[in-house]
Design a protein around this ligand. Sequence first.
Ligand code: HMG
Ligand code: MG
Length: 303
Amino acid sequence: MSTLPTHVTLVDVGPRDGLQNEKEPVATEHKARLVTMLQDAGLKEIEVTSFVSPKWVPQMADNTAVMAVIERRPGVRYSVLTPNMKGLEAALPTHPDEIVVFAAASEAFSQKNINCSIAESIERFAPVVAAAHEAGIKVRGALSCAVGCPYQGEVSADEVERVVQLMKSIGVDHMGIADTIGVGTPRKVQAAMERALKHYPLVEVSGHFHDTYGQALTNIYACLEMGVHTFDASVAGLGGCPYAKGATGNVATEDVVFMLNGLGIATGIDIDRLVDAGAYISGVLGRAPVSRVGRALLAKRAG
Ligand code: HMG
Ligand code: MG
C-alpha cells in the first residue's frame, strides 16, 4: 500500500471560483463575511477574487472593494487572479499574497476564456510574473482543461506538459493542474500530474478538480497516492467557469476534509465551522449546499 501524505493544504477558492459564475450579484459584505468564516474554520489559503474584465465576469467587478474589506489574519494567504498587466496593476495596491495566472492546455479554451492563443497568453503572463516577483509576490499558475476540454474534447498529457514547460520558462512558481469540466478519472489525472511533476517539485504542484461527473474525490485520492498534498476546493461545492458551459462547482471543501479526516490526514480545518461557512453562503444564494457532507452534517444537527 502506498504511503499517503500526513498533511494536506487546502486552498479555498469559493469566494473566487465559487462565486464568479453566480448570475445575481453577491454583495461585497457577504463575500467578506465568507472569507472571515473560512478563516474561522482554519483555512490558511483563500482565493479571494479576480482582477479580470468586469464585462467578462461581472461578479468579480468589486475585486478592489472585497480586498479592502476582508479581515486579514496573520498566517493566512490571500490570492487573486490576474490575467494580464492591467489586472496585476489593479491588484498590487490591494496587497495580495499570491497572484494566479491562468492558461489552458487546449487552444480552444484559451480563446474562449481569455480571448487569446496559448502562446499569446504566455507572452502576456511573462511581464505579470516578473512584476509580481519584483513586488515579492508568489505566482501560482493554473492550467485549465488538463484532462478534457469542452470545445476540443480529449486533451493529451503531451499538451499538458507543453504548457507546463511554457509556464515554467516564464518563472511561474507553482503549477495547479485543473480539471475545468470534471471529466477526469484517476489514471488520466495521474498522467497529467506526472507531467507537472517532471518540471515542478511536489510542494509546488496542486490539483483543482471540478466535480461535474462526481469524480473529484477519487481524483484527489489518486493524487494523494502520488504524494501531491495541495488541493483547491470550494466551500459548499460552489462554482464553475462562465466559459465552460455545463461545468459545475469545484469539489466541496467539506467533502475533501471529511475524506482526509477519515484517512487521518491533517488539514488544520474544523469541519463544523466549515459547514457553517457553507451554510452561510448557500443561504445568501438561496439554496442548499451542493456539498454532500455539508448537507449530511446539517441534517444531523437538525435531527
Ligand atoms: P480582451 O477583451 O481580449 O482584453 O480580454 P483587451 O486587452 O483587448 O481589453 C478589452 C477591454 O477589457 C478594455 O476595456 C480593457 O481595459 C479591459 P474597454 O477599453 O473595452 O473599456 N480589460 C480589463 N479590465 C479589467 N481588468 C483586466 C482587464 N484586461 C482588459 N484585467 C481578458 C482579455 C483576459 C481581460 C478577458 O478575456 C477576461 O477578463 N476574461 C475573463 C476570464 C475569467 O475570469 N475566467 C474565469 C476565471 S479562470 C477559471 O475559472 C479557471 C480556473 O478555475 C481553473 C479551472 O477550473 O480550469 C482558474
Ligand atoms: Mg476552476
